[in-house]
Design a protein around this ligand. Structure first.
Ligand code: TUI
Length: 319
């Protein structure tokens, strides 16, 4: 499948693996890139020497393009921005902020820049700042999210900018991929489905929770402190929600304390009592683990199948 995104990046399929802090390391990213999509290493809050090692590990496993995500709330964002240039990363994606100040240096170094946006306003600003494309991420996604659904956000961003748009949030199978293309996106980014990948090294508990999830298994907390986060319901998310209802300063402090380090506890320790198990709303669609190659193939084949079937059924006769 050719779109402006596959052409821009020289990849086979317009499928990005979303960057997930503590989760999307070199092995997972390399497996997705080898499968023909774009694997993206998550910088998260890690120091740059840790991420440099992940990039090198991924480079040893694939010659295909790789992405690095810079989470702009990280204290190490400046270092990671520089690391992308030093390690000649093909694509940088960003999240949780406005990366405008880094864009000139990345462009100068030939790094493609694809920020994640959760609004039309930021998408337009990113285009003006020289971004090569944007990822429009709706609030169905896991992790830190905006306010608008993917269904409403993607077409509005597509109409607002000339650069290609990648749709994210709520894409869990070929129908989701096809729907993003129908909305005008030229690629998709999926995070949650890659939690089920065989190459994804997360605790057994995290994987089990994702595979057992239903349509109503996630909830959003953190609106009170301005950083809404979607995760699977668990003791931590329930306590957060309760404290948010109180809303006083002490409760907000307690939330900070409880959530600091809680993603790591989920990913590495599988600690159900104290962990935050970030996942998107499509977790309920995922029932089995598979290698990245199978996941990517199924997303693409599924999309092509529904597009062909629906065209045969609803398209004008003879066309
Ligand atoms: O960034 C993500 N997803 C994330 S980051 C993360 S780590 C974290 N944990 C707790 C609190 C905050 C972060 C976990 N998941 N997705 C991309 C994304 N970016 N979603 C929403 C945004 C976003 C939101 C506001 C981007 C820009 C923005 O405003 C920027 C501005 O200045 O207008």
């Amino acid at each position: 499948m050719k779109t402006r995104i596959t052409e821009l990046l020289g990849i086979e399929y317009p499928i990005f693996q979303g960057a997930m802090a503590w989760i999307a390391e070199g092995t997972l990213a390399a497996a997705v890139s080898e499968a023909g999509g774009l694997g993206i290493i998550a910088g998260g809050a890690a120091p740059s020497d840790v991420i440099r090692a992940e990039i090198r590990k991924a480079r040893a496993a694939t010659n295909k393009p790789l992405g690095l995500n810079i989470m702009l709330l990280s204290p190490n964002a400046d270092d990671l921005a520089q690391l992308a240039i030093e390690e000649k990363i093909e694509v940088v994606t960003t999240g949780a902020g406005n990366p405008a100040k880094y864009i000139p240096a990345w462009k100068e170094a030939g790094v493609k820049v694809i920020p994640v946006v959760a609004s039309v306003a930021l998408a337009k600003r990113m285009e003006r700042s020289g971004a090569d494309a944007v990822i429009a991420e709706g609030m169905e996604a896991g992790g830190h999210i905006g306010e608008t659904t993917t269904m409403a956000l993607v077409p509005q961003v597509v109409d607002a900018v000339e650069i290609p748009v990648i749709g994210a949030g709520g894409v869990g199978d070929g129908r989701g991929v096809a729907s993003m293309l129908m909305l005008g996106a030229e690629g998709v980014q999926c995070g949650t489905i890659f939690l089920t990948a065989e190459e994804c090294r997360i605790s057994d508990k995290y994987k089990e929770l994702v595979l057992k999830a239903s349509d109503i298994s996630t909830m959003v907390t953190g609106r009170a402190n301005g950083h809404p986060v979607r995760a699977l319901k668990s003791p931590v998310t329930r306590k957060c929600a309760q404290l948010e209802k109180t809303g006083d300063d002490r409760s907000l402090e307690e939330i900070e304390q409880m959530t600091a380090g809680s993603l790591r506890k989920a990913v590495q320790d599988g600690n159900f009592e104290e962990g935050t198990f970030m996942a998107g709303q499509i977790a309920g669609m995922l029932h089995e683990s598979a290698p990245c190659k199978v996941i990517v193939q199924k997303l693409m084949q599924g999309a092509c199948d529904v597009i062909t079937q629906r065209a045969a059924r609803f398209g004008k006769e003879g066309e």
